[in-house]
Design a protein around this ligand. Sequence first.
Ligand SMILES: Cc1cc2nc3c(=O)[nH]c(=O)nc-3n(C[C@H](O)[C@H](O)[C@H](O)COP(=O)(O)OP(=O)(O)OC[C@H]3O[C@@H](n4cnc5c(N)ncnc54)[C@H](O)[C@@H]3O)c2cc1C
Length: 542
Amino acid sequence: MGTVYDYIIVGAGSAGCILADRLSASGEHRVLLMEAGGEDKGFWFKLPVGYIKSYFNPQTNWMFYSTPQTHLGGRSLYAPRGKVLGGSGSINAMIYVQGQRQDFDDWQRAGNPGWGFDDVQPYFRKLENHPQGASAGRGEQGRIGITPMKGRTHPICDDYLAACDALGLPRSEDFNGAQFEGSGIYETNIRRGQRSSSSIEYLAPARSRSNLTVMTHTQALRLLYAPGSANSICGVRVRQGDRDFDVQAQREVILSAGAVGSPQLLQCSGIGDGDRLNGLGIAVRQHLPRVGHNLQDHLCASFYYRANRPTLNDEFNSLWGQMRAGLQYLLTRRGPLSMSVNQAGGFFRGSTHQPRANLQLYFNPLSYTIPALPNANLKPEPYSGFLMAFNACRPSSTGQIQITCADACERPLIDPNYLSTAHDQEEVLQAIRLIRRLSGTAPLRNLIKEEVAPGLAIHSDAQMLAYFKDHCGSIYHLCGTCAMGPDAQTSVVDAQLRVHGVQGLRVIDASIFPNITSGNINAPTMMVAEKGADLVLSDKPH
Ligand SMILES: Cc1cc2nc3c(=O)[nH]c(=O)nc-3n(C[C@H](O)[C@H](O)[C@H](O)COP(=O)(O)OP(=O)(O)OC[C@H]3O[C@@H](n4cnc5c(N)ncnc54)[C@H](O)[C@@H]3O)c2cc1C
């Protein structure tokens, strides 16, 4: 028998790094954090625009693809996932959005006491180190550095804001403040011009603790059951290089392997739909039919424009522009390299019947296409360009993650079942109509030389939907595959994040979302980890 730990955390992503810090902080518990990928060392992880380097890098990215999507003409969509300390939080675009009050109130209404917005807001505050100080909704003592991009954005973002004003859309001074709905400038989890991930801010300082062990390049293969017990977890079988061995947990194993990895490990360990597992020759330990189901994501498409004024394309496409941006970054930690390219945007109602914002927009002062081929580079278009992108806040399509064999090293099937409901198709049309109305206002008409794609020849609903189906992509917010709820028939974990019917096992990451939140989901995932750590620590062993 190898070393025995109190807690074993599988997956050092956005959630896992926070758990490793919080559970080891008192010094009382021996904690093991294991991660399939390696260290997040080096300049590109810190430089905000550096994420383009990991977008197609198999060393730091699982580079999954979805199954062919029935409602997208059979296209398979790219699903990058971080495979490195910090997980997807080390390779993401750093847009920081808490979400809409109703998102979390719906979590609570789904039978999860303690997860309404008023309950989770203190955990958002706990995370945040906001330069403008604390307020009802914002924290200033937390670890994650927040940089509002307001006042730093490219000048053409003002034309977008003026276009929103011209349509009479509300303004949001802060999407994480008093008013969520409206046009505005995004905040980012960036500190002094560098990525502020949970790995950098929580895990790195905790690594000097003697009671925290971090194993990189270590992949969990399956959960281990206590001898003589049907469903009490006592450890994990892992693979390091070509060596397989067991690690033991005296208290709990916590799965933080993300929305793909966590349900995969449950299924490989006999926890999932009994019939399906039997069909794969896997002994069923706990029949939990919803493991892997309820997969949700934000599906997004872009409208591309040629501008009659310089944009970031001019800066990034010229040697002089690159040198200037590089110098500005090195000397001041400011400028375009220090920010996300998703600078402006907002949350809007797609129709007057909507009770709240149901669409998210991005205005990027840079236009680029994401290549279909994994060996290609993300490159700005060779002209002064910008783009507007959109996704629905709360799409109703749900899909699933399913293993095809007991081997956790085999990729599971990822089927988000995108755009499978009439509701989601209608929201796509609402968003496209909004973008066309925006581009028709005087401030944007004065900026736009040409709508490059889809182009003005595409205007009927049928043409718009066809454009969307041909060009949409994931915005990388997979979640919901081990959903929290009170009933083992309809959910996977309870409100304490314990797996129904299994002892010594929790899931704490984006897979526990009962419903996807409005906006980008890294902040809610880190909130889940902060609250999850409290739940673990307050659960005294019997
Ligand atoms: C390209 C990209 C851009 C994004 N942009 C944004 C953004 O701008 N804003 C935002 O809010 N969100 C963004 N997201 C989404 C956000 O980053 C993720 O939703 C969030 O990081 C998920 O956190 P997690 O802890 O659930 O999982 P992850 O952070 O994905 O962590 C899971 C970890 O578990 C490890 N793992 C998996 N299986 C095993 C195993 N068997 N054994 C050991 N380790 C394992 C993985 O390698 C990984 O490190 C983006 C995501 C991507 C990929």
